[in-house]
Design a protein around this ligand. Structure first.
Ligand code: PLP
Length: 405
């Protein structure tokens, strides 16, 4: 491969964020292509036997097998690490592969993990069902209660795991406080930053140790591929994550990595415009919900209990918010009356999408877990897209009217 500037940290670390998002990690072949090359290859060939022996021994740089390294995937990893301000990053097959790897690579039987109550359904499943099967104790707390974190610590607590804002109730965690408590006790924080992306929030700036992603969401941003990522210090990635990842194989496919690379080039524009659209739509809906006795969960609006904190931690509050229209029947009636906004459980997409979490993303949880985290029967979650917000607002207005909200 030809030497280019995109992977030379002595150059790229001086780039401003927008430049990193477009150029970070770019590594050109001898053809000098402008767009990143897609290396659909599982293996590599070598000029002689000593070369491959040196690579396997770790004495020489170079690729050996795509479960271990792939040039297209490496470009994505370098770009995400730069955007996040992380020492290193490893791409994963999906967001859930990223969360599973980030937890299982460092937790063992006898350890204890404190996790946020409000979380994506599968993240809660890991905490409630998978970790205990391997003898890892878990405690689930109200992540918005600053004191609850320290109170849950045991002598064997090794990891704090949370999302902010959380899916789907938009709970906001005080990053500086919670990461500070963790540091004081030698605990590793794992932050699922899927709702924000590095364009809107960089948890490491507040002391987070590990940041994990569903790149399926805002990073791809156009609803095409599943992908994930785990970011950490160079040492943590090398010593803790990589032994797990190399031997268990939750790798991101090169094609998916290439699609996400293309998505990252426009992430900043999309994330900010979609955040603006989400605030506009929220402001339009809030008085109407107030009148109907509904509940608005939107970190970008002053009515959110942690609006001020969200504005400190985030550059903008993202495309997603939720609101409660009272009953499942009414929530379904709103969804069924939509003409522009699609009924879909994906988020981060350029299209406006809406879903009923209790019967979809959070249907797999025990009813207790669902109710205690605020996933009520009348709750609807919307991802506000890049359409003209006037069209989305008119569609929502008509759908709410049809449903009698
Ligand atoms: C979607 C999502 C995940 C899972 O990501 P996949 O790419 O679908 O596996 C994890 N955490 C959060 C907060 C999510 O929204």
């Amino acid at each position: 491969m030809k030497k280019t500037t995109g992977t030379d940290r002595s150059i790229t670390r001086n780039w401003r964020p927008a430049t990193r998002a477009v150029r970070g990690g770019t590594w050109r072949s001898e053809h000098g292509e402008t767009s990143e090359a897609l290396f659909l290859t599982s293996g590599y060939t070598y000029d002689d036997a000593q070369t491959v022996a040196d690579r396997f021994a770790g004495d020489a740089p170079g690729m050996t097998y795509s479960r271990l390294q792939n040039p297209t995937v490496a470009m994505l990893e370098e770009r995400i690490a730069l955007m996040e301000g992380a020492g290193a990053c490893r791409a994963q097959a999906s967001g859930m592969a990223a969360m599973t790897a980030a937890l299982l690579c460092q937790l063992s039987a006898g350890d204890h993990c404190v996790a946020a109550r409000a979380a994506f359904g599968s993240c809660r499943w890991l905490v409630d069902h998978l970790l205990p099967r391997f003898g890892i104790e878990t405690t689930v707390i109200d992540s918005a209660d600053n004191d609850a974190w320290e109170a849950a610590i045991r002598p064997n607590t090794k990891v704090f795991f949370f999302e902010t804002p959380a899916n789907p109730t938009l709970d906001v965690v005080d990053l500086a406080h919670v990461c500070g408590v963790a540091k004081a006790h030698g605990i590793t924080t794992v932050v699922d930053n899927a709702f924000a992306s590095p364009a809107l929030q960089r948890p490491m700036e507040f002391g987070a140790d590990v940041v994990a992603y569903s790149a399926t969401k805002l990073m791809d941003g156009q609803g095409r591929v599943l992908a994930g990522a785990v970011c950490g210090s160079e040492e943590w990635i090398e010593d803790v994550l990589l032994p797990f990842q190399r031997n268990t194989g939750p790798n991101c496919a090169p094609f998916n990595a290439w699609v996400v690379l293309k998505g990252l080039e426009t992430l900043d524009l999309r994330a900010h415009r979609q955040s603006e659209n989400a605030v506009k739509l929220g402001k339009f809906l809030e008085p109407r919900l107030d009148k109907a006795g509904g509940r608005m969960l939107h970190p970008g609006l002053p009515s959110h209990p942690r609006h001020d904190l969200a504005m400190v931690q985030m550059d903008a509050t993202g495309p997603i918010f939720a609101f409660d229209v009272g009953t499942r029947a009414r929530a379904f009636a709103v969804l069924d009356a939509l003409k522009l906004v699609d009924i879909s459980n994906n988020i981060g997409d350029a299209r406006s999408l809406m879903c009923h979490p209790a019967s979809t993303t959070h249907a797999g949880l025990d009813e207790d877990a669902r109710t205690s985290m605020g996933v009520t029967e009348g709750l609807l979650r919307i991802n506000v897209g890049l359409e003209d917000i006037a069209d989305v607002t008119e569609d929502m207005d008509a759908a709410l009217a049809a449903a009698g909200v």
